[in-house]
Design a protein around this ligand. Sequence first.
Ligand SMILES: *Cc1c(COP(=O)(O)O)cnc(C)c1O
Length: 392
Amino acid sequence: MSDFDENWALETLAVRAGQVRTAEGEHSEPIFPTSSFVFPSAAEAAARFKGESKGNIYSRFTNPTVRTFEERLAALEGGDSCVATSSGMSAILSTCIALLKAGDHIVSSRSIFGTTVVLFNKYLQPFGVETTFVDLTDLDAWKKAIKPETKLLFLETPSNPLTEVADLKALADLAHENDCLLVVDNCLCTPVLQQPLKLGADIVIHSATKYIDGQGRAIGGAVVGNKELVGETVFGFLRTAGPTLSPFNAWIFLKGLETLSLRMKAHSANALELAQFLEQHKNVNQVHYSGLPSHPQYELASQQQFAGSGVLSFEVKGGKEAAWKLIDSTRLLSITANLGDTKSTITHPATTTHGRLTDEERQQAGISDGLIRVSVGLESIDDIKADIEKGL
Ligand SMILES: *Cc1c(COP(=O)(O)O)cnc(C)c1O
């Protein structure tokens, strides 16, 4: 274990937590590109394999660079344990496989990352795990969907791209009254803006690919929670099945964490300014951003979140044609579906991320033809606004 003070502020933990300096006295965290570790004696090798002695054996199980990242992220989220994974999707898969069995049931928000829906419906379902999808903000619908077999409630808040906000405390209470776990994908907010474990959630999932890296360089993920659920159960699956994070990517994410607080505040400030600008524009019908006072759940968002994060969406007048025209007229913004990058990105959800849904499903999900999503980056907000204004 590294030496840090849990009373340190988040900004301090983000720079300092988890590091164990080697005998070389390096200042920056080292990368350990090694698959296995050497034991000082046969007796020590036997003790480590029996679990009687702590220490590294093999990098599918533990690696010092990965462990530094895990301890740092756990400290930021306020969890006892964190396991890093090869991607955000493998974090969700590992959590489900480790904690569920055939016959179990998931209740999930409908407004989650599209690939997570595919994972639940196409890949968990054949193993006997059923999922019921409900409206993120409809507490009654969550209540009604829970069955005796329900083990897990799953959500993202704010949702992407419509930024609906879930009441985390209420859903944590509902989960616990029914002997279920609340799992929150905290990718959009990161622990800088929202700490679901402190509001009662049991497990936090991350796609580190997004804001934790923050610069669009590497794929990775993490699961954070208590020792029993995450440190033992999820870790047990990971060391056996092997979707572990590489030490190189762990090092990139460590460096990302050091500036996470500064970046999340800057992304949020830029996004708020863009949202306010769009809200005033005559060719925009509606803006979805949880940091806007006009957001229907502004009060709840303000209690749960430190700021609105960098993702917003808006509906232009003129449907798909007007939306595509705006997207094609941008020069600064990148037309790509990724988010959480220093570079601003722009997407047309109806024909990309939500393109596989039927017209009816899309309508139910609130994804109109004129809807545009922007992940607001760290370029000058004046340049971002000017680039979007041209197409309006
Ligand atoms: C991108 C994303 C994921 C998946 O993460 P990968 O690192 O791409 O596997 C999961 N959840 C959310 C909310 C995401 O945005």
